[in-house]
Write a protein that binds this ligand. Structure first.
Ligand code: NAI
Length: 370
């Protein structure tokens, strides 16, 4: 596949997408191929998307199709196939500074995210071993999409720590650079609130969402929604408690709406790809030096750090929670806890339920894993 030439390739960035032949992987790769064009040009840097999947035809087809789009981002594909060389996963991962993982089985009707754990944990383990073998863990960011994110981020972190032993990484080094993507909950919360308030199309709402990534562990903070720098607190309150409670429920179980509508053919792919592209683009800009700091709400091992009494109290000692974070090229720097002081009374209750569920759900999965 021909590669474009750049006047300056010092800041070249390789993004590996593992599970790139699937519903999310294909759409995410399309968004990265098109949306990162301006970033490439602005940074005068080569960006390479390396697509890997065990389904050879899906990934080869998608990558070849994408390579016909004339943007500055170039694409390669890697899959196990007869005569493809010794290790296509190694070829995909070598030199990658950003790895995004949508590999795994999606949820089918009747399945909870929890039912997915047994299957997807073994896929995530295999891929983490590849990452530990072929990427520099002190320089690579890993973003996990596969569900259940709540329970698979611990599997990913723990496997990387063990398999990356030869790189002398500590749990802190790994936890600083490994995140679970919960952005879809914020995208959904923003879309649903936009609709409920009847805002104009150009008014882009942002609703922070914290906690976990399944059912009642998802805590949308509608009282802290903003449009640009304008707070929406009063307008949100005017919706009344019943409408607000319905909105919360819709965000917490929004995934079910899509599973039902697809009538058994899978879960959310397009909205997830959109959410993942937003986050991946942020990390790409960080790695290319286009921005100094990234602020996002991601699922992370906050327990690996001494962030202080305030964070421990807030999470009641839970190691893994989705929280607003500040991230630099060197990894996770700080956890934002300001939102916790501004919670509406109902949101305080939602947070308590979330913590209680996470305290029981995640340890159970860790036992199943072993
Ligand atoms: P899909 O079935 O369309 O795609 C999954 C892809 O992973 C397939 O192409 C498959 O061949 C590949 N795969 C399986 N095992 C692999 C391995 N060992 N190495 C490389 N590739 C492998 O599924 P879809 O819809 O793209 O969903 C992917 C995952 O994302 C699911 O676990 C789903 O539950 C999760 N998801 C997460 C969301 C989130 O908010 N974090 C939202 C929606 C889905």
């Amino acid at each position: 596949m021909p590669h474009p030439t750049y006047t300056n390739s010092r800041d070249a960035l390789k993004i590996a997408v593992l599970g790139a032949g699937g519903g999310i992987g294909q759409s995410l790769s399309l968004l990265l191929k098109t949306e990162l064009h301006t970033t490439c040009v602005a940074a005068d840097a080569r960006v390479h998307i390396a697509m890997y999947d065990v389904n050879r035809d899906a990934v080869a087809g998608a990558a070849t199709d994408l390579s016909h789009i004339n943007t500055a981002v170039y694409v390669t594909w890697h899959a196990p196939e007869a005569g493809s060389g010794p290790d296509p996963l190694a070829a995909c991962l070598r030199g990658a500074q950003l790895v995004v993982i949508p590999a795994g089985v999606p949820r089918k009707p009747g399945m909870t995210r929890d039912d997915l754990f047994a299957i997807n944990a073994s896929i995530v383990k295999t891929l983490s071993q590849g990452i530990a073998a072929h990427c520099d863990l002190s320089r690579t960011f890993v973003l996990l999409i596969s569900n259940p994110v709540n329970s698979l981020v611990p599997v990913l972190v723990e496997t990387l720590v063990v398999a990356g032993g030869h790189q002398r990484v500590t749990p802190q080094t790994v936890a600083r650079r490994v995140f679970g993507l919960t952005q879809l909950d914020a995208v959904r919360a923003s879309a649903f609130l936009h609709e409920a308030l009847g805002l104009l199309p150009g008014q882009s709402v942002r609703v922070p969402v914290v906690g976990g990534h399944s059912g009642h562990t998802i805590v949308p903070l509608f009282s802290q929604a903003v449009v640009g720098t304008d707070k929406l607190q009063e307008r949100v309150r005017s919706l009344g408690p019943d409408v607000l409670s319905q909105l919360v429920n819709r965000v917490q179980f929004g995934g079910d709406e899509v599973v039902k509508a697809k009538n058994g053919a899978g879960s959310a792919t397009l909205s997830m790809a959109y959410a993942a592209a937003q986050v991946t683009r942020g990390f790409a800009e960080l790695l290319l030096g286009v921005r100094e700091e990234l602020q996002d709400t991601l699922y992370v091992n906050v327990g690996a750090f001494a962030f202080g009494e305030q964070v421990t109290q807030l999470t009641q000692g839970l190691p893994y929670v989705s929280l607003p974070l500040a991230i630099s090229r060197d990894g996770l720097q700080a956890v934002d806890t300001q939102w916790a002081q501004k919670l509406a009374p109902e949101e305080r209750k939602l947070w308590a339920v979330c913590i209680q569920e996470l305290q029981t759900a995640v340890p159970q999965h860790q036992e199943q894993q072993s």
